[in-house]
Design a binder for this molecule. Structure first.
Ligand code: 13P
Ligand code: SF4
Length: 332
């Protein structure tokens, strides 16, 4: 039987009221899913807020690494996801590619004990565990600068995975030297060595898009996410995580025009007027968009039927080290 969105909403609300479930949604979720969530936020906020939640189930609307982070931080919680959708960037690295990156540095005369790895939270638990085991930690786009500042204090080379853009953008902001594995450069000369991963959604924004908007609307502001290419961030008026972008844009005077370089769903609900998507191609994250109202309903119904579906499991060793890497971040 198929239900309309209105019927699905009613059913979801009824199940939510009856069951011990907290519905969590990232800013990039579809509007109709986002509106039904009990907790919303950027990836750092979601990780923190769900730790303090005491419902039996967390129903996480986002991408797999986010649900996994909740399970890693709170292993006693039952975490289910309406769609176990994988962030394309997180899929670009696994524990074997991680080992290859360490070997790349070892082969160029940098010993493992002289490397401090940092993984962006957009990575799977196996990579976070590897990083934790090597003494490193996780960062998000909202705290990357703080985490890198702390890491530099240890006097080691930083191996930054998987997002080369975030790594390079922070290095540029801090006046540090960076290089990307597989591209030109000597790791011994660099402070931050980045893995060659990226977000295909944030690669859509171009310098030509910025020039187009500045010509069309003189005085327009450009606000972008640090997953965009360094050339885009360097040309922006503001660069920040999803939460930081929301704060910046919603606090602008009503008549101030702004073009935003991040995922479409979030930009679209930011501000009724004077807000533009910084691309002629709709920047939709395909995996974030996989979760529908029907998926949320079916996942809640499965809990109600006593047979939860899409439950997140993380093996004990991975959980232990990934948690250490996440907790080192939270401690800061
Ligand atoms: P935030 O940490 O800013 O929420 O970003 C997550 C993400 O996947 C951006 O593409
Ligand atoms: Fe991953 Fe990019 Fe989607 Fe964010 S927007 S979840 S980085 S694919």
């Amino acid at each position: 039987m198929t239900y309309s969105n209105e019927e699905l909403k009613e059913k979801i609300i009824e199940l939510k009221n009856r069951l011990s479930v907290t519905v969590v949604a990232h800013f990039y979720q579809r509007d109709e899913v986002f509106e039904l969530a009990d907790i919303t936020g950027d990836s750092l906020e979601l990780a923190k807020k769900t730790m303090d939640d005491d419902a039996d189930f967390v129903l996480f609307c986002g991408v797999a690494f986010m649900g996994q982070s909740v399970k890693v931080l709170s292993p006693h919680k039952r975490v289910v996801m309406p769609k176990i959708a994988c962030c394309a960037m997180a899929r670009m690295i696994d524990s074997l590619y991680y080992d290859d990156s360490v070997k790349f540095l070892n082969d160029r005369g940098i010993a493992s004990e002289d490397i401090l790895p940092i993984t962006y939270i957009n990575s799977n638990a196996d990579v976070k565990a590897k990083v934790g085991e090597m003494g490193g930690m996780v960062c998000t786009s909202s705290n990357a600068k703080k985490i890198i500042t702390k890491a530099l204090g240890e006097g080691k080379k930083i191996l930054f995975v998987p997002d080369r853009c975030l790594g390079q953008n922070i290095a540029n902001q801090m006046g540090l030297k960076s290089m990307v594995i597989g591209q030109e450069g000597d790791p011994k000369e660099a402070d931050i060595i980045c893995y060659d991963g990226f977000c295909s959604v944030h690669q859509l924004f171009t310098v030509e898009d910025i020039e187009f908007y500045r010509k069309k609307f003189p005085g327009i502001l450009i606000a972008t996410h640090p997953e965009c290419d360094p050339a885009i961030c360097d040309a922006s008026d503001f660069v920040g995580s999803t939460s930081q972008l929301i704060k910046y844009i919603t606090e602008l005077p009503e008549d101030q025009k702004v073009a935003v370089g991040t995922e479409f769903n979030m930009v679209n609900r930011l501000r009724p007027k004077n807000t533009y998507v910084l691309s002629s191609t709709k920047p939709e994250c395909p995996t974030m968009n996989e979760t529908t109202l029907e998926d949320v309903y079916l996942t809640l119904k499965a809990i109600d039927d006593g047979a939860p579906i899409n439950e997140i499991e993380v093996d004990e060793k991975t959980q232990k080290w990934a948690k250490i890497a996440l907790e080192r971040m939270l401690a800061l």
